[in-house]
Ligand binder design. Structure first.
Ligand code: C2O
Ligand code: CU
Ligand code: CU
Length: 494
């Protein structure tokens, strides 16, 4: 795999123990695979199939999902044990419409407990699929609810207590797309798999025997498990052929803990049309976009300047690691239409700050130095929110149904003990009010459910808590942090 190490200003602060994970001593463990592959850009990009809707009525949809064990040949002759939904690795794309009744049978054929969480979905608490809804080995879970949400690129993944990171790492994740009248009527690329391409970007680390090298030690938990191989839809350096003109990419940072800067090798400008929770008001021109673990963005690229037969390269830079040539996009036929992106995508129902019924503060701490005696106490607690670690028997916050709240989230920076965190709320799609007192960048002004918070930063978000009561999670979406307890529960009460 082509990669080079980058030295970036400010990144020193992120390195808790140093960025060179390959230098770890792993007594009794095989070493990591760290060799270049010569066969880049030969494998076609896998497009996750659209999951068959078993309900013939248009106002309802029913699906079957099997969490299962599998195997992948990432390296010739060294099959990797994997997990997938209805397949070996990752899962099919679920596509539903706003207003549809949604039913699914989730069969857990794994030898251990799992859950299935609909990330970004406004969903009744009992069907959220978080740690409170375990699906034990060999059993089936049957969510049944109505989609009450505008068009968006969401995703699904397991969320069992303490097991999220490892199960996602092994392959459990997929896209969950909502469509509505707005997405129907917008003149944007929308042929799934043709010019509307879902791209889940993840990195992985492997042992020399071909198996995934998931978290090995405290360093991996604090820094997150950062991989030296990049996968796009489960393939290393795949290639994709598309028509000329406009092509839409639905980007998902599906990695466990990496923060990615995504762009193109030729630095070309693209238009961001949607954030986590749906369309922006107007396209935002950028030439790279940062997505933390769990975040999504829909972007439209214009390939009309690329000659037939030529290609561009999608690049992905890890915040404290490598720059990958992630995928090659070749133009193999003329555009079917002379598309031009609309200037106005939709009118956003903005949540005015004045609507807030109250403000809550959240402090995310990588490491607190507080109050200790020598030894363990010196280090204080690590990976906490408001000084606490997740306790499924404790409700941390109570929120009134039909209220609107501002949450002020601070990533408490501390010299040499700082990490970026990625705050995610279940149930709601929020709006970012400010970053360090400044208005958020244009591409963060739509609806979001996950937001990157750098050390020392304070991000203020506003959310409406509507429709459903019950207990939901908020947590860091760096999955190693989440599993270590950087998570809390809020209860919406009537
Ligand atoms: Cu993407 Cu609580 O999850
Ligand atoms: Cu979620
Ligand atoms: Cu974190």
């Amino acid at each position: 795999m082509k990669r080079r190490t980058l030295l970036k200003g400010g990144l020193a602060a992120l390195a808790l123990v140093g960025a060179n994970y390959t230098g770890l001593s792993l007594l009794g463990k095989p070493g990591f695979i760290d060799t270049a592959r010569a066969d880049g850009f030969t494998a076609p990009l896998p497009i996750p199939p659209l999951l068959e809707d078993l309900d013939s009525r248009s106002d309802s949809a029913r699906f079957i999902m099997n969490a299962q064990q599998g195997s992948m040949d990432f390296f010739p002759g060294k099959p990797t044990a994997t997990l997938g939904y209805n397949g070996n690795f990752l899962g099919p794309t679920i596509r539903v419409r706003n207003g549809q009744r949604f039913r699914v049978d989730v069969n857990n054929t794994l030898p251990e407990v799992t859950t299935l969480h609909w990330h970004g979905l406004h969903v009744p608490a009992q069907w959220d699929g978080g740690p409170r809804q375990p699906i034990s080995a060999g059993t089936t879970w049957n969510p049944d609810f109505t989609i009450k949400q505008e068009a968006a690129t969401l995703w699904y993944h397991p969320h069992a207590m303490g097991l999220t990171g490892e199960q996602v790492y092994q392959g459990l994740a997929g896209f969950f797309l909502i469509e509505d009248e707005v997405s129907d009527s917008l003149d944007i690329p929308k042929i799934y798999g043709e010019d509307d391409i879902p791209l889940v970007i993840q990195d992985r680390r492997f042992f020399s025997n071909g198996q995934f090298a998931y978290a090995q030690n405290m360093h991996d938990i604090l820094n997150g498990v950062i991989g030296n191989y990049l996968l796009v839809n489960g393939a290393m350096q795949p290639r994709l052929s598309v028509h000329s003109g406009l092509v839409r990419l639905r980007l998902l940072n599906g990695s466990n803990s990496s923060i990615y800067r995504i762009g193109f090798k030729d630095q070309r400008t693209f238009q961001v049309i949607a954030s986590d929770g749906g369309f922006l008001e107007q396209p935002v021109a950028m030439n790279s976009i940062v997505l933390s673990a769990g975040e999504r963005a829909e972007v439209v690229i214009d390939l009309s300047d690329v000659e037939l037969g030529n290609q561009i390269i999608l690049t992905v830079e890890q915040m404290k690691g490598s720059l990958f040539e992630a995928m090659r996009i070749t133009v193999d036929r003329p555009a079917e239409t002379t598309g031009r992106l609309p200037d106005h995508l939709r009118t956003l129902d903005k949540i005015p700050e004045s609507e807030a019924d109250g403000i809550r503060g959240f402090t995310m701490e990588t490491m607190s130095m507080g109050g200790g005696r020598m030894g363990m106490g010196m280090m204080g607690r690590r990976l906490t929110i408001n000084g606490k670690k997740m306790d499924i028997n404790r409700t941390d916050e109570q929120v009134r149904l039909n209220s609107t709240e501002i949450w002020e989230i601070t990533n408490q920076g501390a010299m040499m003990m700082s990490m970026p965190h990625s705050m995610h709320l279940h149930d709601v799609q929020f709006q970012v009010l400010s970053r360090n007192g400044q208005p958020p960048p244009l591409h963060e002004r739509g609806r979001k459910d996950t937001v990157l918070i750098m050390p020392g930063e304070t991000v203020r978000i506003i959310s409406r808590f509507r429709d459903y009561t019950g207990v939901y999670m908020y947590h860091c979406h760096l999955l190693e942090h989440e599993d270590d307890g950087m998570m809390g529960q809020f209860e919406v009460i009537s």
